[in-house]
Write a protein that binds this ligand. Structure first.
Ligand SMILES: Cc1cc2nc3c(=O)[nH]c(=O)nc-3n(C[C@H](O)[C@H](O)[C@H](O)COP(=O)(O)O)c2cc1C
Length: 393
């Protein structure tokens, strides 16, 4: 789309973000693992659910409001945790929190957010709910305890605990862009990509400092730049974590616990047994193991197995308010969105995220209206005409 046109869809925001971000950052945001098959399947699979249009139903009072993790929301959607979002726009997480508060949806702050817990909580308008906080299990359990305490003191009451990252996935675009390389060649490549985006350099790199992992500042005291923080985090991923550690975590966290990154019915049952209040059916947006199922495919069976015991949320490839409706019809209580909000943030800042959310709310309302449902709680499989065999019934 041309720079003068107005973005209407998530893809339009993506196109604008591509024009604004240095290549290595756009690719980090946009890409997935391996050949990106799961990334593509996530997006495509929602389209396999065909909606059932109904007419001449009284739809003069359609209400998109609901509750997620005990919080009133204008629509069943939360912003997913996205690491380094503050590299995509100046003080990006604080802007996104304000947009989410304005739209009355939860915002999740990543462990590796540029803005820290205190900065993001301070950005919330008076009376707005605090963000959800996302955490990985770190080798240093003392650091985990300290972060939980920091989150609690900052007012967070919902912990999104990510369990699908015992090791980082193979993100080939990052390799091509020299993200894992040091030395002159990688520096030259980086410099050429930065020179092509002087607006970003001025707005974010120079005026958006400090560019470090805000919530981890007290854990990495000597950390002077992003590389030092990244090295600390990379050394902290803990592949030895098991359900016993979740039991331990449950004793450490008094608030709500959502486990994020499950794709299997058995794991979902274990999450319920471990005392989680909810799960996020997720493959990390296709960024971890390329070749696993699209989330839409596994959602119905998981929702049927544990939907009565805990809140089943889903993410991955949701690209419109209509996709959101499909996710609910397939059994989810709500969705998280990752890339779409960050594309809108990169291209339009807080106002961009607000526009995206307003458009999706209108789309959801339209889908409810034309399928003849007036309340979010009533959206279910009856609103689907047909589901392709790709989605496990
Ligand atoms: C650039 C990027 C960074 C991410 N960082 C995190 C993170 O720090 N913690 C986490 O739990 N998930 C992270 N995710 C996964 C998202 O929370 C979410 O599961 C995924 O983006 C959903 O797919 P979608 O982007 O297709 O909506 C990240 C995703 C992207 C695209």
């Amino acid at each position: 789309m041309s720079g003068l046109q107005f973005p209407a869809t998530a893809q339009d925001w993506r196109a604008q973000a591509r024009g604004r971000l240095p290549r290595f950052l756009f690719d980090y945001l946009d890409g997935g693992a391996g050949d990106e098959r799961t990334l593509a399947a996530n997006v495509q699979a929602w389209g396999q659910a065909t909606l059932r249009q109904r007419v001449l139903v009284d739809v003069s009072q359609v209400d998109t409001r609901t509750r997620l993790a005990g919080q009133d929301c204008a629509l069943p959607l939360a912003l997913a945790p996205v690491g380094l979002a503050g590299m995509m726009a100046r003080r990006g997480e604080a802007q996104a929190l304000r947009a989410a508060s304005g739209a009355q949806v939860p915002f999740t702050l990543s462990t590796v957010g540029i803005c820290g817990l205190n900065e993001v909580c301070a950005a919330a308008p008076a009376g707005a709910p605090p963000p959800w906080f996302q955490l990985y299990m770190l080798r240093d359990r003392g650091a985990v305890r300290a972060l939980l305490e920091q989150a609690w003191q900052a007012g967070c009451r919902t912990l999104v605990f990510t369990v699908d990252l015992p090791l980082p996935g193979m993100r080939q675009r990052d390799v091509r862009n020299g993200m894992a390389h040091r030395g002159a060649r990688a520096a030259l490549l980086r410099a050429s990509q930065l020179l092509a985006r002087p607006g970003w350099v001025w707005d974010v790199a120079l005026r958006g400092k400090p560019l470090s992992f805000g919530s981890l500042a007290s854990q990495v005291p000597g950390g002077r730049d992003l590389n030092a923080f990244k090295a600390w985090v990379d050394a902290q991923f803990d592949p030895s974590v098991t359900w016993q550690d979740i039991d331990w975590l449950r004793t450490q966290w008094r608030g709500r616990l959502l486990l994020k990154g499950l794709l299997d019915v058995q794991d979902a049952r274990a999450a319920a047994a471990a005392g989680a209040e909810g799960i996020v059916v997720s493959n990390h947006g296709g960024r971890q193991l390329d070749g696993v199922a699209a989330t839409a495919e596994v959602l119905p069976a998981i929702a049927r197995a544990v939907g009565g015991q805990l809140e089943v949320l889903v993410d991955g490839g949701v690209r419109s308010g209509t996709d959101l409706f499909r996710a609910l019809a397939l059994g989810a209580r709500g969705v998280l969105i990752g890339r779409p909000w960050v594309w809108a943030l990169a291209a339009g800042g807080e106002a961009g995220v607000r526009q995206l959310l307003a458009a999706w709310q209108r789309e959801l309302l339209l889908a409810m209206t034309l399928t003849g449902v007036t309340r979010v709680a009533d959206i279910g499989p009856e609103q689907l005409d047909r589901v392709s065999s790709q989605i496990r019934p």
